[in-house]
Design a protein around this ligand. Sequence first.
Ligand code: ATP
Ligand code: MG
Length: 368
Amino acid sequence: MSKIILTGDRPTGRLHIGHYVGSLRRRVELQNSGQFDEIYIMIADAQALTDNMDNPEKVRENIIEVALDYLSVGLDPEKSNLFIQSQVVELTELTFYYMNLVTVARLQRNPTVKAEIQMRKFENSIPVGFFTYPISQASDITAFKATTVPVGEDQEPMIEQTREIVRKFNSTYGDGHTLVEPEILLPDNDACLRLPGTDGKAKMSKSLGNCIYLSDTQQDVKKKVMSMYTDPGHLKVSDPGKIEGNTVFIYLDAFCRDEHFAKYLPDYANLDELKAHYQRGGLGDVKVKKFLIKVLEEELAPIRARRREYENNIEYVYEVLKKGTEAARAKAAQTLADVKSAMRINYFEDTEMIQRQQAYFNELHKKQ
Ligand code: ATP
Ligand code: MG
């Protein structure tokens, strides 16, 4: 069986280092591993509209930002199809049919949707489109017959929902093999599952404004790191400090490698030694933060430089998206045809049905 990747991001803002460690960095590795037959990376504008219906301009303007972030981290249009969700109309059609396979109660149990409804303060006025976005996400994944979905931990309930839809579809319609059950691919480093915000909140999120963006300048990054949440009980340098929930150390877990110590902080051999010193007392936040800035800079500087190049060639970026969208449409159209045939709603292609019905009426007329 082919190995196929589908994943994506909502164009609700520029991408941040949470996206990077949660999914982007992995995508680039997988892309370059040569182990995948097809790769589809989606800018989920239709999904973004489900909770930004009053601000389509925001979604529109952020498509280019996300595309620039994609190219600057190393997604390569020769190897990965970068596309815009709303332009693949087949996805909406699939969603409509999958809706029949999911109950309202099942959607209400989705913990990520629950948390997002609370965060967006929808209370009793949840848009139907937002409520059903896990179904639309199932269409996105299955339309490409994706086997592998590299995403952060918050997406786990969506992949589970997709798998249920696939099983339900396959057992209800056709020969039982039309759709493919995808596997989630989570980051293997715990700190990357759900990177917290610079304010220490549970998740770095465009909607919460607690992000370090991939496109932030060196100055922005410095400022953000220097004002980051650490251990509120660690007041004097000599005080013992806590590592758990300490955002600076969580970011180091996500980004730093032993060679960073040799290069920037040779008093310590590795992160464990730095953590031990912090916990004992005698190590100040500023020193750790300065180290984090250097570690981040090493990763972000080349990304920033590549982004600048693409920023000078916006027409080219739209060309890339157009080509990727065409490839995505071709694949999704094929799956939609399979789905409709399995559901027996391919009337005009079903010559057997047309002939059988004709024979039936011929028989009927003979008897009359
Ligand atoms: P929004 O607030 O608009 O939902 P977001 O910041 O949550 O934006 P998404 O576009 O919803 O970003 O998520 C895109 C991908 O990035 C998903 O795979 C998601 O799991 C991953 N991701 C987002 N935030 C984080 C994070 N803080 N840590 C790890 N992965 C993340
Ligand atoms: Mg999100």
